[in-house]
Structures are given as C-alpha cells and as structure tokens.
Ligand binder design. Structure first.
Ligand code: SF4
Ligand code: SF4
Length: 330
C-alpha cells in the first residue's frame, strides 16, 4: 500500500468552531485518519510552525485552512501553507469570505486599538500605550505580529483551490469535501464544494413562502417577535437571507426557528449578496400610500451587519474599504 496523502489542518484568525466541526465527524474521524496522514493540526496537538516549514514544496496533499487574515502571523502561515500544500481548501465563512470578524473593517485599526487598550472600562492605561511589534526587554527584543488595517478573506492573500463555506461548515460537507479530494472527484478549481441552489429551494418552510411575497410593515427582527415555527420568515416580515444564500448547511438555523444569516455566502453568479438582497427586499416592500419607506428600511437596524455579516471583505463595500486602508501587503 502506498503512502497515505498528507493533510494539514490550520487556523488563522478563527474561533476554533471549524476545527470543532472536524471533531464532530465523531467516529467518521477514524475513517479520515485511516485514509490520510494528518501532519499538522495545532488545535488538536502541539505542532509548531517549524514542523510545517520542514515539508517540501507541495509535499502535503491538502491543507484545510480556517479563519481570516488579520495580522502578519496569519499572513506568514497562509503563505507557508500555500507553498507546502498541493491543494488549499478555505474552510468556513471566515476563510471563504472574511466571516463575522471582518465587520471590524467598519472601523479603523486605530479605533480598535484605542477601544481595546485605552478606552475599555476595565483598562487603566493613562499613557495610552499600545502593543508594539518590537519591544526591547532586558537583553532581548520581544516581537508581536503586526496588526493589519484590514481583515482579509484567505483568497485575498493566497490562491485558494476550493471553498467549504458555513459558520462552521457542517461535518458532512467536510467529509464529502475530503472524500472528493481523495477520490480525485473534484469540480473545476475555484469551486465551492456545496450545492449550487439557494437555501429557499431546500428550506422546509418553502411551502409556506407565498408565490407573491410582500412585506407591508416594518421589518421585524427575530428577537422582537415569537416566530411561527412552520412559517417562512420572510412571509412573517422577518429578515431571512435564504433567497440570496447558497444551500448545503442542512438548514440548521431554520430548524431551530432562526432565520438564515447568510454564512454559506452568495448563490453562484452573485458577487455581492448584500446588494442583491437589498434590491429584492426593496421589490418586496409594499408600504402603501400611507407607509413611510424610510421608516421601514430603518427598522432593519444594522443593514451592513445584517446583509454583509459574513462577506464584507469580498463585497463591493469591502473592496472600497480596502482601497482606503493603510498600505500593507499581507
Ligand atoms: S467560520 Fe464560524 S466557526 Fe469557523 S472560525 Fe469563523 S466564526 Fe468560527
Ligand atoms: S426566506 Fe428563509 S424561511 Fe423563507 S423559504 Fe427562504 S430560507 Fe426558508
């Protein structure tokens, strides 16, 4: 029997939920461990970056990389993984699109550092000292990663071969993705290893979604109402990103009576899910002659947070922000 394909699993700016989704394969993890040789997985075992660096160029068959790129350490490890892995798969919404942490792009690096290290109520820092990349300490120079001015999706830093979206991706999707790599049954490079349909098409509440959907009053938010557990959220006037979001999640949120937030990213052919959704929403709004369209839109509360919750860096808004960010090469 030949050598098993080598696999690296790595997190960058991540919460660990994507790694947890791998662990959630349960006994299926034994099948994966039987089929491949896991050579690097810092969340699970005490690997060092030197261990990864010791491999030759392209020696690792596949790298599963979760998390966004926010600092110079993330960028360095992303480039190292790209060099050592034949295939790189972006695992989870943060790696695929930036994820929720990328909403930090709505404020500058300086504002973040000021809020965390100076203004936070629990901080006492009268001199306003901020973390430095290099600090002389006794005989040594202590180093910290440089904090970038922007949160990047993985493909804004290195070339990505395939995408496994979700926050986190369902374990089944990960299993199928790994199987597709092992059997060389892969779609064209750059593909997302998830169905091409919109979530509405697979949603168990689809049968209650009217053919002609209309929203008459203020847009309701899930914490403000008691949602009917059977009814299409949009039909109840509750914001649900299902029409603009790729399916494949198993409708976990919907089944827990929570509307879709869009963690699987846009349906194929849509580059900016937020603007696509807002234009369909505008078409659905029927405020009548006495209604106030602006008040209805204001009821959305936090439009960027809702419509670009997972995808800000790869959206049109994100590209504009990036063009204004301090010059940096991640
Ligand atoms: S995609 Fe979700 S689960 Fe994965 S690292 Fe990001 S926040 Fe965590
Ligand atoms: S809008 Fe939401 S609840 Fe309605 S069918 Fe689509 S995914 Fe399901």
């Amino acid at each position: 029997m030949g050598e098993k394909p080598k696999v690296a699993i790595c997190w960058l700016g991540a919460c660990g939920g994507c790694d947890e989704a791998i662990v959630d394969l349960n006994e299926g993890l034994l099948d994966v461990a039987e089929a491949v040789s896991i050579e690097f997985w810092p969340v699970a075992m005490d690997y060092k970056y030197d261990h990864l660096a010791a491999f030759g160029k392209g020696e690792i068959a596949v790298g599963l990389v979760s998390g966004h790129v926010r600092n110079s350490e993330h960028a360095e490890v992303a480039h190292l993984l790209r060099d050592r892995c034949k295939l790189v798969i972006a695992l989870g919404a943060c790696a695929c699109f930036g994820g929720t942490p990328a909403l930090a792009n709505l404020v500058s690096r300086e504002e973040i550092l000021d809020a965390v290290y100076v203004k936070a109520p629990s901080v006492v820092n009268p001199d306003g000292r901020l973390p430095q990349v290099e600090t002389a300490w006794e005989e040594e120079i202590l180093r910290l990663p440089a904090f970038f001015d922007h949160v990047y999706a993985l493909n804004q830093v290195i070339e990505v071969d395939y995408y496994l979206p979700g926050c986190p991706p369902p374990s089944e999707l990960i299993r199928n993705g790994v199987r597709a790599v092992l059997t060389d049954d892969l779609p064209p490079k750059g593909s997302t290893l998830a169905p091409r349909k919109a979530l509405c098409e697979t949603c168990p509440r689809n049968k209650t979604k009217p053919m002609r959907l209309e929203i008459h009053g203020p847009i309701r938010r899930i914490h403000e109402v008691e949602a009917d557990p059977e009814m299409c959220f949009l039909a109840e006037g509750i914001l649900c990103m299902g029409p603009a979001t790729r399916s494949g999640c198993g409708e976990t949120c919907i089944r827990s009576n929570t509307p879709c937030r869009g963690c699987f990213g846009p349906v194929p052919g849509v580059s900016d899910p937020g603007s696509r959704f807002i234009s369909s929403l505008a078409a659905l709004l029927k405020v009548g002659t006495t209604g106030d369209p602006e008040a209805v839109m204001a009821s959305l509360g936090d439009p960027v947070g809702y419509l670009y919750r997972f995808t800000h860096p790869v959206s049109t808004l994100g590209a504009r922000r990036l063009s204004q960010a301090t010059e940096e090469t991640p």
